[in-house]
Design a binder for this molecule. Structure first.
Ligand SMILES: Nc1nc2c(ncn2[C@@H]2O[C@H](COP(=O)(O)OP(=O)(O)O)[C@@H](O)[C@H]2O)c(=O)[nH]1
Ligand SMILES: [Mg+2]
Length: 244
């Protein structure tokens, strides 16, 4: 591994064999001096073999293998734990999907705002100049409604709560990680709520999100149920929030 990179990128993967090489090559071409952490849940499609081969060309890749599909939230949290356990944890930690919905060329824009002192920078599809390409109208509507409801409940002036394309500061992660418990996609909301509780500086930059060209969404019905249950609990939890 390279010494002391300031930036780390967490790429959670579950059966992304068709996408992972392209995304890693594009990230490497940015020459960010980053650590790239792939967290793979024993994908049956050979994702890990591809990453192992790439590790021979790129010394900054770390592959963390888990025994089975354990959820996006636990993957991101495991990535955070791993990075904080390094002798010199990176200052900026990016999370992004490995299916090419998030364009690696936007990473420098996330970093630019983070370097201005923002603890959480969100690549936003629903702010001015943000965009979603290739989603069916039904999926777009569900996502927009989920974001509106979340905005009303969580009370943070953001346009996109569920985007997984983000940059976190090390200081934020250190404080928030012991309080994060999400197993799946609700991690995106839980991290915003923690940022609000910590009075962290939160910002958005517009991104163009493109539906994955290859493979299927890994979001399961059980995970949608977990996400919905989490949202429904928010108003109740916020009554006691100050005591947490
Ligand atoms: N390690 C791990 N990665 C996951 C899991 N679920 C989803 N992912 C990855 O998380 C990212 C987002 O998932 P995706 O299926 O694209 O979700 P969608 O864009 O909301 O349909 C992708 O890189 C997936 O491979 C999981 O349970 N474990
Ligand atoms: Mg996706």
């Amino acid at each position: 591994m390279k010494t002391n990179p300031q930036v780390a990128i967490i790429l959670p993967t579950y059966c992304e064999a068709e996408n992972i090489a392209d995304i890693i090559h594009t990230i490497e071409n940015l020459r960010l001096n980053s650590t790239l952490v792939v967290i793979d849940d024993s994908s049956s499609d050979g994702t890990q073999n591809i990453v192992r081969n790439l590790k021979e060309s790129y010394e900054n890749i770390v592959l963390l293998s888990r025994p089975r599909k354990m959820g996006l939230g636990t993957a991101i949290r495991d990535g955070f734990h791993f990075l904080l356990s390094l002798p010199k944890p990176p200052k900026y930690i990016i999370t992004m999907d490995a299916d090419y919905s998030h364009n690696p060329n936007d990473i420098p824009k996330l970093l630019k705002l983070a370097k201005k002192g923002y603890d959480l920078v969100i690549g936003s599809r629903y702010c001015k100049q943000g965009k979603v390409k290739g989603w069916k109208l039904s999926r777009l509507l569900i996502s927009k409604v989920a974001n509106k409801i979340t905005g009303m409940l969580v009370k943070v002036p953001l346009n996109d709560f569920t985007s997984g394309f983000r940059c976190y500061s090390k200081e934020y992660i250190k404080k928030a990680l012991p309080r994060l418990h999400s197993e799946t996609y609700e991690i995106q909301i839980e991290t915003v709520r923690q940022a609000r509780l910590q009075n962290s500086k939160i910002g958005e930059i517009p991104i163009v999100f493109e539906n994955r060209k290859k493979g299927k969404s890994k979001l399961t019905l059980t995970e949608i149920a977990a996400f919905s249950k989490y949202i429904l609990k928010v108003p109740w939890e916020q009554l006691f929030e100050k005591e947490r």
